[in-house]
Design a protein around this ligand. Structure first.
Ligand code: FA5
Length: 352
């Protein structure tokens, strides 16, 4: 029994030394010292058959073995716990003196920058900022704006016609869908929703089947403006246009107002801006004329007010359709509209 106890002690010390984890130590502890299955208890089961003298001897040795094993276990446990702590510290260590990782940040497109500036200018004059669908019904894009099916004005803004039908709309014309050619369809939508009096601007993308050049894209941005109230006149249009242009350019810019035809306004005008790319001398953006078409406008046609459910005997209004992309070109001196959709980061990064 004495031999067995000594052998147990030396084997126990050896396996405790070799243990690599606290879990492995606990397992050893159980196998050696466990009350029911422990090896030490197994050996001591035979003690009852010994003489009183041997009992005292074996008992003393058994206590010593138990103490040695317990102390060894405790010592090793402390050692392993310390090691785990150090390993974790090492793993989680952050060297705060190292230079940080550079995070690439995007920036606003110049069209968005100017759009937000315009929205602020118009909000300060009591205008709402509205949105409208890019895939529009033929009705709102043309018919509701006094442009019936075979009107020649449709040719000026040829667009992309979609075959699918709008669910729930009965009339043949309303069933047809187009990629909207201008932001003007929101005029009738807004009148039907908000009635009169009303002031709103509508920024957004529009689409045309266009022969592209330095100032014409197939997809570009406009900002529609609409003001309906009692006694609105051309004087109101001019005042708002001036506020818009000085707000954006922060200086006086040369403009000219000339008659323009749009079936949804009467009378209609074209407000041109002196080309800021060439200073009016003539270039590819202004098609060598020195002027850029920027802000068509006019007094809302009574038929359009009627389509919007507004009594034209009581109310009048003005509307304009700002060429937002061209305004951005003038503001930043961009000499070709095709830069916007080119995806060239060197171009876009200039505005961040
Ligand atoms: C219209 O789109 C009318 N809806 C504007 C309007 C609204 C008139 C309300 C009266 C009352 P127009 O087709 O001229 O009009 O386009 C308006 C502006 O969009 C032009 O002055 C021009 O600045 C810009 N524009 C027109 N076509 C293009 C194009 N292909 N690429 C870039 N900008 C364009």
């Amino acid at each position: 029994m004495i031999n067995k106890l000594n052998e147990l002690k030396s084997k126990a010390v050896e396996s405790i030394e070799k243990a690599k984890t606290v879990e492995a130590l606990e397992k050893i502890d159980n196998t050696l010292m466990g009350r029911k299955v422990g090896k030490l208890n197994d050996i001591l089961k035979g003690i009852k058959d010994l003489s009183a003298k041997d009992k005292a001897l074996v008992g003393k040795l058994a206590n010593e073995v138990k103490t040695v094993i317990s102390e060894k276990l405790e010592e090793k446990k402390k050692e392993l716990n310390k090691k785990t702590l150090n390993d974790n510290l090492e793993k989680d260590f952050i060297d705060v003196t190292l230079p940080g990782k550079k995070i690439d940040q995007g920036s606003l497109n110049p069209i968005s920058i100017v759009q937000y500036e315009l929205e602020d200018i118009f909000k300060s004059m009591g205008f709402m900022v509205l949105d409208g669908p890019e895939l529009e019904s033929d009705y709102y894009n043309f018919e509701g704006l006094n442009i019936p099916e075979h009107h020649p004005a449709r040719d000026m803004t040829d667009t992309f016609y979609i075959k699918s039908k709008v669910k729930g709309q009965k009339s043949k014309v309303e069933n047809k869908q187009v990629l909207r050619t201008h932001t003007s369809p929101v005029q009738v939508r807004a009148m039907l929703k908000y009635g009169a009096p009303m002031r709103a601007v509508v920024p957004g993308r529009v689409f045309r089947n266009e022969a592209m050049d330095a100032s014409h894209e197939h997809t570009f941005n406009q900002l529609e403006g609409l003001m309906i109230d009692k006694d609105i006149s051309i004087a109101n249009i001019i005042a708002v246009m001036n506020k818009l242009l000085t707000g954006i350019f922060k200086k006086d810019v040369k403009t000219r107002l000339r008659p323009g035809f749009f079936p949804f306004v009467e009378p209609g005008f074209e407000l041109d801006i002196n080309c800021l790319i060439c200073g009016g001398k003539g270039c590819s953006v202004c098609k060598q004329t020195g002027w850029v078409e920027l802000l068509p406008c006019g007094m809302v046609h009574p038929n359009v007010l009627k389509a919007g459910g507004i009594n034209s005997d009581e109310y009048s209004g003005f509307a304009f359709g700002l060429g937002l992309t061209r305004l951005v070109m003038m503001k930043y001196g961009i000499d070709d509209i095709r830069h916007f959709a080119s995806g060239d980061l060197r171009f876009l990064k200039q505005f961040s």
